[in-house]
Structure formats: structure tokens, C-alpha cells
Design a protein around this ligand. Structure first.
Ligand SMILES: [Zn+2]
Ligand SMILES: [Zn+2]
Length: 130
């Protein structure tokens, strides 16, 4: 069965890559990729989540689970800001990440797992619309 998994997964990754700064629900993804069955979309997303290719994110006012594509290695080195309104993801640069984590480290020598941390808030665009 493994061989049959390869094609949809590749297609899924290509799709996620071209929507890298968006958060997408499995439903949206399935809609955009009619050639992949909904169950295959879910199956592949959970596999990709396990290997760190995508990350689950929450959006306010929605019970749906959204996914964000992690740009491979570079995204493991910095923190992400996620807008709760529009779901857009902002990538902090490494220097900003380090400065923030240095101040966090002053609290009990705390080390943040940067590949697993998202700061939720509201982006400037959404703030303007509020
Ligand atoms: Zn990133
Ligand atoms: Zn926003």
C-alpha cells in the first residue's frame, strides 16, 4: 500500500508549499485537491503532522482544525506568530526569535521549544478591520 500513498502525499506537499503562509483546514485542502480522497487528505495530514511537516493551529471562533506548512528546516529555527482572525502566519527572523527566547530564559532558565511554539494574536490587517 505504501506506493499508493506516495502520489497523493507529494501532491499534498506541493499544494501546502504554495500556500505556505496560510492555515488551511482539511476540508479546504480536500476541496482544492479533488483528485485526493477526503480520507486520504486526513490520513496524509496526520502523517505529515507526526513528522513535523505541518503543524496544527487553532483559530478563534472555529472548532475546525487548521494546518500550517512548516518550511522545512528554516521554520524550526524561528518562532511563528499566528493571526487568530485570518489565520495568516508570520515568520519571525532568527535574531528576533533569539532575543525573545533570551528574555524568556530569564524566567527560571526556561527553554522554549521553538519548533513547537506559536504566538497567537491579531495581525495589523485584521486590527485595521476591527
Ligand atoms: Zn517559519
Ligand atoms: Zn489577520
Amino acid at each position: 500500500m505504501q506506493a499508493y500513498m506516495t502520489q497523493p502525499r507529494k501532491r499534498l506537499i506541493t499544494y501546502l508549499h504554495s500556500h505556505a503562509d496560510e492555515t488551511l483546514s482539511a476540508g479546504q485542502i480536500a476541496q482544492d485537491l479533488p483528485e485526493i480522497s477526503v480520507s486520504a487528505v486526513y490520513r496524509n495530514l496526520s502523517a505529515l503532522e507526526q513528522d513535523g511537516t505541518v503543524r496544527k493551529v487553532a483559530k478563534s471562533g472555529s472548532r475546525e482544525v487548521f494546518y500550517q506548512y512548516m518550511k522545512a528546516e528554516e521554520c524550526k529555527a524561528h518562532l511563528h506568530l499566528s493571526c487568530k482572525q485570518c489565520g495568516k502566519t508570520f515568520h519571525m527572523d532568527e535574531a528576533e526569535t533569539q532575543a525573545l527566547l533570551d528574555s524568556v530564559a530569564r524566567v527560571d532558565g526556561f527553554t522554549v521549544d521553538r519548533s513547537d511554539t506559536v504566538l497567537y494574536g491579531v495581525c495589523s490587517e485584521c486590527k485595521k478591520a476591527m
